[in-house]
Design a binder for this molecule. Structure first.
Ligand code: KIV
Length: 280
């Protein structure tokens, strides 16, 4: 089965067909996500927080994203795989940015890359697209700038900031981005952006009017169900509790001798056993 083309997403928008994007960071999660029918998998730099235990996405490196993207690519055959460009992989110089984006496709097996920012990344987006690298944009609360924003605050709340965001979206579209993530912005602003560009918008904390939605695997499945839920996330399962309770049951059975039983053990034929006992 061949991979969905990035151009399909624009067709879906034109048809009014909405779609889900979900993050995955390793072979088993990507396999499950694709089996469930998700058409776009993001190997997000959110892996820094949800997989590697960092406080933000800032410490994530190119090697981290390439490594995780490769595992996701191996597990899938149909979904579009978007490799997230981590902090400082595209900000320092355009040549570095091109090489790093190329690594995600060549070494990671990604279909496309995602990078954060508006007008200032437009020349880079144009160059990547011209060189055959599909690019997904990312506007609003761009987590790599969390230190600049002074925390995880809703973006685009003033008329000037909202107008800037609309211009950024148009500029990304014009540069050739095939989709744009809108993160943590007011729903009416997300609707305006969605109506003003022909490429799909993919929201997270941006309300119901985007063409697609994206969620983080661990948030969706309640793996960190001992932490306060995020306003923009919906838990469709409580896997944290499911996993803890399965592991507790295992510990209990090992301690009490309930596991393994004969069903989990390997037998030896009687004559070999008898010979062995005699020889000893
Ligand atoms: O890294 C990530 O998971 C993301 C999404 C939240 C859009 O950038």
């Amino acid at each position: 089965m061949s991979r969905i083309s990035v151009h399909k997403l624009k067709e879906w928008k034109a048809e009014g067909r909405r779609f889900a994007m979900l993050t995955a960071y390793d072979y088993p999660s990507a396999r499950l996500v694709e089996q469930a029918g998700v058409p776009v998998i993001l190997v997000g730099d959110s892996l820094g927080s949800v997989v590697l235990g960092y406080e933000s996405t800032v410490p994530v490196t190119m090697d981290d994203v390439v490594y995780h993207t490769r595992a996701v690519a191996r597990a899938t055959s149909r979904a579009i795989i978007v490799g997230d460009m981590p902090f400082m992989s595209y900000q320092a110089s355009p040549d570095d940015a091109m090489r790093n984006a190329g690594r995600l496709l060549q070494e990671g097996g990604a279909t496309a890359v995602k990078l954060e920012g508006g007008t200032h990344v437009v020349p880079l987006v144009r160059r990547m697209v011209e060189c055959g690298i599909p690019v997904m944009g990312h506007l609003g609360l761009t987590p790599q700038s969390v230190n600049q924003f002074g925390g995880h605050r809703v973006q685009g709340r003033t008329p000037a900031a909202a107008a800037r965001l609309i211009n950024d979206a148009r500029a990304l579209e014009e540069a050739g981005a095939f989709a744009i993530v809108l993160e943590t912005i007011p729903a009416p602003l997300a609707r305006m952006v969605t109506e003003r560009v022909t490429v799909p918008t993919i929201g997270i904390g941006a309300g119901p009017h985007c063409d697609g939605q994206v969620q983080v695997f661990h948030d969706l499945l309640g793996i960190y169900d001992d932490c306060r839920p995020l306003k923009h996330a919906k838990r469709y399962a409580s896997l944290g509790e499911t996993i803890r309770s399965a592991v507790r049951e295992y510990i209990g059975e090992v301690e009490e001798g309930g596991f393994p039983t004969a069903a989990h053990s390997f037998e030896m034929d009687e004559s070999t056993l008898a010979e062995l006992v005699q020889a000893r």
